[in-house]
Write a protein that binds this ligand. Structure first.
Ligand SMILES: [Zn+2]
Ligand SMILES: [Zn+2]
Ligand SMILES: [Zn+2]
Ligand SMILES: [Zn+2]
Length: 235
């Protein structure tokens, strides 16, 4: 096994110090951590590990990107939200807007998703309609309940929907176009595969469509928990 990127986005001790919450990064998941438990188990004193089940999440749109671009940006963002709003965030907020886009000088605002302690708290926040981040009133909405196996219609990856995804990968041939733009130069069919299509899965690189039930990546996604985008070990 070779670890090429940071595995953890954050390590948080919960109230009462009974639990330690480890948030993994995009490249790794809870299954990975559990599989290689022997490597890190001496870093903490714990009795058992458990994969976290779905969270109560809130999305904020129109969040200023600039103040949170640097290292530890997510942590700063969390502090900012908690200081200026009656909100306690579990773990770290994560950007829905890609890192690439956030670093584009043209981009001034982005969207984030963060986890709150329970549904009651979430309703309270949603009722406010806006929260204050870096002096800006940002709109809050309910996070669409995506499961780890929800497949993006744009990039075919799992765990998010395609409405804000700018990465393109064809469900049928894995080329960099939307599935609906898939076409064949022999047939005049578009948007669906034909007998000339060589199936290729963008996720596992096997010869099947990206939504195949046999896909190993899909099987793995069933075990994957939502991960954080920010790839730095903080705290
Ligand atoms: Zn996507
Ligand atoms: Zn295609
Ligand atoms: Zn064809
Ligand atoms: Zn596959």
């Amino acid at each position: 096994m070779q670890v090429k990127k940071p595995v953890l986005a954050s390590i948080v001790r919960t109230k009462g110090k009974q639990n330690i919450l480890l948030t993994t990064t995009e490249e790794y998941n809870a299954e990975f951590l559990i599989k290689y438990k022997e490597i890190w188990r001496n870093c903490f004193h714990f009795q058992r590990e458990q994969k976290l089940e779905p969270w109560v999440q809130v999305v904020a749109h129109g969040v200023p990107t600039l103040p949170f671009l640097g290292e530890g940006g997510s942590k700063l963002l969390k502090e900012e939200i908690e200081t200026f709003n009656p909100i306690g965030i579990q773990g770290l907020p994560r950007w829905i807007t890609s890192s690439e886009k956030r670093h584009d000088p043209q981009t001034r605002f982005g969207s984030i998703v963060f986890t709150v302690e329970n549904e009651e708290k979430r309703q309270e926040i949603l009722k406010q309609k806006e929260i204050l981040i870096a002096g800006t009133a940002t709109k809050v909405v309910k996070y669409l309940e995506v499961s780890p196996t929800t497949q993006c219609s744009s990039c075919q990856k799992f765990g998010h929907i395609g409405d804000r995804c700018s990465t393109r990968a064809c469900r049928f041939c894995a080329a960099a176009h939307l599935s609906k733009d898939h076409s064949c130069s022999t047939c005049t069919i578009t948007g669906r595969p034909c007998k000339h299509t060589t199936p290729l899965c963008i996720n596992c690189k096997e010869e099947h469509f990206a939504n195949s039930k046999d896909c190993e990546t899909l099987k793995a996604a069933k075990l994957v928990h939502s991960t954080s985008e920010e790839g730095s070990m903080e705290e």
